[in-house]
Design a protein around this ligand. Structure first.
Ligand code: BJ8
Length: 426
């Protein structure tokens, strides 16, 4: 990344030395994990570029947007509706939380046995290394798992403008009403922040922009059903990660462009891996940038990942919002309907997720499922046991992995993954 950005990072209050360390580690990991892959589609060049400029050009764009009066809103969860943010002429960015940083400082505020994702969000703030966090005018936290909801109480003292959204835990009539009420409250807060009143026209436009982005990733996912898979799981994960940072219109165009190329690859039977490579569905906790550990292990052990049942993947992006409403109220109802289908493990009971995993395994021709749970993540770790049982009852092999962001257990996980791949081959 160019030197020009240093003054920009300084103006955002980043710790330049620590930030250099982060970028150094990130750059090396990207080189080793991504750029060393073979048979990548040309269209991945765009996503490589976005990653190389993720703290550079994209931040400059966001700062330019701010200069022109647009607000930036940061979020940690796929329950925060981008439609509402865009309709108020603001920009939503995902705050990644995919790497350990400033762990000693973090553990002064959070118990050690907090999941790596939550610790990472604190580490990026305390270590002053995330330009997205620093340029956000509002940060939205959500009452999902216990870890997050208690952590936001402390995060509130560290960031300028934390807005906490309450979320239901049960898929009941009352739960749906709570979600709708919280989205109305959020709409008011976003309108106050931006000084822009959301109209039926602006909301419809925003719904269509976000739907187009989701439809593009649906198109990409569908192409991964082919054998040979035209795209590696690592590259697909990268697209799903960039989903949270990029300008939505540009992102949609770039995904559709790579889909055109992948369609040609499918016709020509050109794959990222040879035909009949064992196919894995990855299911579980979200994998935020730069958490590429499990896909890297899987895809360097003789299998290909063909789908992600994850919030950075199909759980987060799968349903479109109905855009036929004519009033703001009708469209707000449609937004609540769409998000109420997200089957995060914080819901109890949560049979939809289990059904979705089974459906995905069948649709993508998966030979086995790897369930990825972050250590200390009770919702997903608890749910992984019934998931494994239900899949195995249907004859779908399942491997449960519990890990964190460190690489200490990489060797051990690789041994287990290799044995699992041998099992599903046989
Ligand atoms: S909708 S998955 S993005 S909450 S890993 S912090 S659950 S202890 S991230 Fe999530 Fe929204 Fe749900 Fe999706 Fe807690 Fe588990 Fe940590 Fe987690």
């Amino acid at each position: 990344m160019s030197e020009d950005y240093r003054s920009m990072w300084k103006s955002l209050g980043l710790d330049l030395e620590a930030h250099d360390v982060l970028l150094g580690v990130l750059g090396k990991a990207y080189q080793d994990i991504y750029l060393s892959q073979k048979n990548r589609p040309e269209g991945m060049g765009y996503f490589d570029f976005v990653m190389s400029e993720v703290h550079g050009l994209r931040i400059r764009e966001l700062l330019d947007e701010k200069k022109s009066g647009r607000k930036i809103i940061g979020s940690y969860c796929v329950f925060v509706p981008e439609e509402i943010v865009l309709a108020a002429n603001a920009t939503l960015v995902g705050l990644c939380s995919g790497a350990d940083f400033a762990t000693e400082e973090v553990e002064k505020l959070l118990p050690r046995n907090t999941c790596a994702l939550i610790k990472s969000s604190f580490g990026f703030k305390l270590g002053k290394v995330c330009p997205y966090l620093e340029c956000a005018d509002m940060i939205v936290g959500e009452n999902t798992c216990d870890g997050k909801k208690k952590a936001y109480e402390s995060l509130g003292g560290l960031v300028k403008n934390l807005y906490v959204m309450d979320l239901p835990q049960v898929k009941s009539k009352e739960g749906r009403a709570l979600l709708k009420a919280e989205y109305d409250r959020f709409r008011d807060a976003v309108e106050t922040l931006t000084g822009v009143s959301i109209t039926a026209a602006s909301l419809k436009r925003a719904i269509r922009t976000v739907n187009a982005k989701r439809a593009a990733v649906h198109r990409l996912s569908a192409l991964r059903r082919a054998d040979p898979a035209p795209l590696s799981g690592l590259d697909a994960l990268l697209v799903n990660q960039v989903y949270f940072y990029d300008n939505p219109v540009r992102f949609t165009e770039s995904v559709n462009k790579i889909c055109d190329e992948l369609e040609r690859r499918v016709t020509e039977k050109k794959g990222a891996f040879p035909e009949k490579t064992p196919r894995i569905l990855l299911s579980g906790c979200p994998q935020a940038v730069p958490n590429w550990k499990i896909p890297f292990i899987v895809e360097t052990s003789g299998a290909v990942i063909v789908g992600e049942e994850s919030c950075v993947g199909e759980r987060g992006a799968r349903n479109l919002t109905k855009d036929s409403g004519e009033t703001v109220e009708e469209m707000m109802e449609a937004i609540a309907d769409r998000y109420f289908q997200v089957d995060c493990a914080i819901f109890t009971p949560n049979p939809e997720r289990l059904n979705h995993i089974r459906e995905m395994a069948a649709a993508y021709g998966a030979d086995g499922v790897i369930h990825y749970g972050l250590q200390f993540c009770q919702p997903y770790l608890m749910e992984s046991i019934p998931v494994e049982k239900a899949l195995e009852e249907k004859g779908i092999p399942c491997l449960r992995i519990e890990t964190d962001y460190s690489l200490e257990d990489a060797g051990q996980i690789k041994t287990r993954v290799e044995a699992f791949i041998e099992q599903i081959k046989g």
